[in-house]
Design a protein around this ligand. Structure first.
Ligand code: ADP
Ligand code: MG
Length: 579
């Protein structure tokens, strides 16, 4: 059954307060899953199984009817939403709360692991109408007999396949037996593995099946692009692609935690706004990384599939598969994170020539051909960056008043230049160095003609070009010792964005080190981080001391990093030089 008539949220017969909230959120038309699930929940009586991918708008699909049907006068939990992760739990709670903002007196509570249970128990005790929970913690609460689910009329199992693969089967079973026989169950899943079918059979009563599109309905708006490169060129190719996408906001998916850390560290060192999210972070660190990404302090999140679960960030422009996932379903999950709510998104795959057959199986899964793209040449990257630079120059609002006192000096010095000369100087200031970065940059496409040029790229000039960095990364080996052998580079998690300047950094360092003055070398201030050179003899516990400091309310995190390029001077990252 396809709905061709344009429905609006009003047409569903939802409470005006809910329609208003949805309007506030700028939802104009319901998504396909909303068009099917909302009427079914409002009017029907049967249990529901809905196959829908992430990013299709499920939260509003179940959330609006749940809120519509909740009676604030009855002081018992009436609806229960179960989901796989703490992040998802918080996200759903936030979403429901925003849907309910014009309703009176509805209390929604998140119950999840990884934080103290007592406040949650107290909130339960005060009375709630809707519980959003992860199964492990809720079952814990039930075993302590601290929640009464006997008044629950509707149960939502969100991302049931994820809950199964995370081993919540027993917890789910225990929870579902505590809900009344008569309650209605709505199960959402992106896929239908056997474990999910089993739950559906055991705990649901002749459920109605709702299929949203054949696949991810979001995928209609996702373009799948692939680049075939030799494995050792993966990182260099990633950089070139990123260099052509200056306003990207996306996730770079890696297969392992270590790969995640490596890619993120190199991106950061190369001046990109990127950070890693992986399973080794503690909850506080995870929260911080996710927050930074959510509020767009970072443009790129480098993550494993598991770590990124439940991270609901909308408006991703791109998803990058740095390596292909083993499971094609994971690819659907990844790519389903972009192209949401009708917006165009791009899923980029970096593959090597031996993975060609896997690309074909992925094409079958997403039911779309991949667009085969060529890794941009150095020239193309330069063109893209030049455009950014020119746009920025044009966008600079020169403040006449503030410049006025200096105008005579400026005029005296520059008025002899012609218009062309002036333009050339202006562009050269930032662009020349960029040009040299990509000078003689090799063709990175697998199947490209013999790349003798790569050798030149590495050994020509001063050996500090793109290839050199790529090689460092691929070897993953200890970095070349510095020529003086005595200088250490410390990276600090504060950059220009945090108001960092060389004098501020030096004063922080001096504060951290009582006693004789430190001998410092160069200081690089980047957008999100800074690097400072310190003579090795002075650094034994410097990182540790710095870590006890904070600046502008932010805990300082310092760590030693390798040297960029070989030979003498450390070289500021490209982004640094651009600005
Ligand atoms: P899912 O649970 O299926 O992964 P969400 O419910 O989290 O998807 O919705 C994905 C994003 O789309 C959210 O940012 C949500 O605010 C937005 N969204 C949902 N429904 C609509 C709609 N009808 N119009 C516009 N945006 C929507
Ligand atoms: Mg969801």
């Amino acid at each position: 059954m396809t709905t061709t008539i344009a429905t609006t949220f009003k047409d569903f017969g939802l409470a005006p307060a809910l329609v208003q909230a949805v309007t506030d959120l700028k939802f104009e038309t319901p998504t396909p899953v909303q068009t099917k699930v909302i009427p079914a929940l409002l009017k029907g009586t049967r249990d529901l199984v809905a196959l829908a991918q992430t990013g299709t708008g499920k939260t509003a699909a179940f959330g609006l009817p749940l809120l519509h049907l909740t009676d604030p006068a009855a002081n018992v939990p009436q609806a229960l939403v179960l989901c796989p992760t703490r992040e998802l739990c918080l996200q759903i709670t936030r979403d429901l709360t925003s849907f309910a903002k014009h309703l009176r007196g509805i209390r929604i509570l998140a119950i999840y692991g990884g934080s103290p249970i007592d406040p949650q128990l107290r909130a339960l005790h005060r009375g709630v109408h809707i519980i959003v929970a992860t199964p492990g913690r809720l079952n814990d609460v039930l075993r302590r007999k601290r929640a009464d689910l006997s008044g629950v009329q509707r149960v939502v199992l969100d991302e049931a396949d994820e809950m199964m693969s995370m081993g919540f089967e027993e917890d789910l079973a225990a929870i579902l037996t505590e809900t009344p026989e008569t309650s209605r169950t709505l199960l959402f899943s992106a896929t239908m593995p056997r474990a999910v079918a089993t739950i559906a059979n055991k705990y649901m009563d002749d459920p109605e099946e709702i299929l949203v599109g054949h696949r991810n309905s979001g995928s209609d708006t996702v373009r799948h692009e692939c680049y075939v490169v030799h494995a050792p060129d993966r990182y260099a190719a990633l950089r070139r692609i990123l260099d052509c996408l200056p306003s990207i906001y996306g996730i770079v998916f890696c297969r392992t935690r270590i790969e995640t850390q490596e890619v993120a560290a190199h991106l950061e060192a190369d001046g990109y706004s990127a950070e890693a999210l992986h399973g080794d972070l503690n909850q506080q660190q995870r929260d911080r990384v996710m927050h930074a990404f959510r509020v767009r302090q970072r443009q790129l999140l480098v993550a494993t599939d598991v770590a990124s679960r439940g991270l609901d960030v909308t408006d991703l422009t791109h998803v990058i598969n740095y390596n292909l996932p083993d499971d094609p379903d994971l690819y659907t999950h990844r790519s389903g994170r972009t192209g949401r709510a009708g917006k165009e998104g791009v899923s980029i795959v970096l593959a090597n020539s031996r993975e060609a057959y896997r690309l074909r199986s992925l094409e079958a899964v997403v039911r779309k051909p991949f667009v085969h793209k060529k890794v941009p040449t150095g020239r193309e990257v330069c063109e893209a960056q030049l455009q950014v630079l020119l746009d920025r120059v044009k966008g600079l609002g020169a403040d006449e008043k503030r410049l006025a006192p200096y105008w005579p000096t400026i005029e005296a010095s520059l008025s002899s230049l012609t218009r062309e000369e002036l333009m050339r100087c202006l562009v050269a200031r930032d662009f020349d160095r960029f040009l040299s970065d990509y000078d003689k940059a090799p063709d990175l496409n697998a199947g490209a003609p013999e790349r003798s040029s790569r050798r030149e790229g590495r050994e020509g000039r001063d050996g500090r070009g793109e290839s050199n960095r790529r090689e460092r990364f691929e070897r993953g080996a200890p970095r070349a010792p510095s020529s003086q052998g005595a200088v250490t580079r410390l990276q600090v998690n504060l950059g220009r964005r945090n108001g960092m300047t060389p004098p501020v950094l030096m004063s922080i360092l001096n504060r951290a080190t009582p006693g004789p003055m430190l001998r410092m070398g160069r200081i690089e201030i980047m957008e999100h981080a800074s690097v400072i050179e310190v003579f090795a003899g002075d650094t034994s516990d410097l990182a540790q001391r710095l870590n006890q400091q904070s600046y502008d309310g932010r805990q300082i995190e310092a760590k030693p990093v390798g040297r960029p390029g070989r030979g003498g001077q450390p070289r500021p990252s490209r982004r640094e030089r651009e600005s």
